[in-house]
Design a binder for this molecule. Sequence first.
Ligand SMILES: *[C@@H]1O[C@H](CO)[C@@H](O)[C@H](O)[C@H]1NC(C)=O
Length: 226
Amino acid sequence: MLSSKILAVLSAFVVIINGQDEKEEIRIFSKCAKENGFDLKDLRKQSDIKELSQPHLCTIKCTWEKRNHLKNGKIDIKAVQANQKFLSMMKDKEGFIKCMSAVDNVKACDDVKKILNCTEKFRVNYMQECAAETKTDLKDFRQRMQGKKEQKNDKIPENMLCMRKCLLEKKGVLGKDGKFVKDQTKYDHIGVRMRNKEEYVKCLQGISISKCADVMKMAACYKKDD
Ligand SMILES: *[C@@H]1O[C@H](CO)[C@@H](O)[C@H](O)[C@H]1NC(C)=O
């Protein structure tokens, strides 16, 4: 009963539109997903580079190629450097560029892990920041998100809920007033895979979140879409 509802609520932004919640990015990503047989619903399942499916990896490779950051297996470093939006997500921009400069021979879908290893290492890590702030064990959180952990009695620990709230805030999906920010919500990783985005956003805009437990109110908006 619990599982899918809670899963949806706890699911953080997972992987990886490379952090750009931009319409154009989303358009490319969706197109690539379609071409590679990747179901956007699966975005909720995965959180670790090691666990990404082939269709997902191929989709990511495709997006890099379509936005001309990857050509014939080579990173176009100039293009990456010019992508300010993308770079703004990096904690250590120089380190990231250096790491990316060493990436070569991205031919098979699996090879995009070379890119992902760089982004993972150098990006601002909301997951880690929020885990520290809410004293949440990340492994535990991931297992719950992936439904690997039996959850009895509808009891979700308070810090898990706070973790979810924290992620929404850091991503700018949830404003300081506890209301959902329209554009961010629509193109958040969960929003992306909703069939009826308009309704989903409208639904979320009807609730407000002040306490951690309030994130459970979001479940109603996921349910409508299923
Ligand atoms: C990515 O990083 C992981 C962990 O550090 C490592 O085991 C793996 O070999 C790396 N993958 C690639 C393709 O560089």
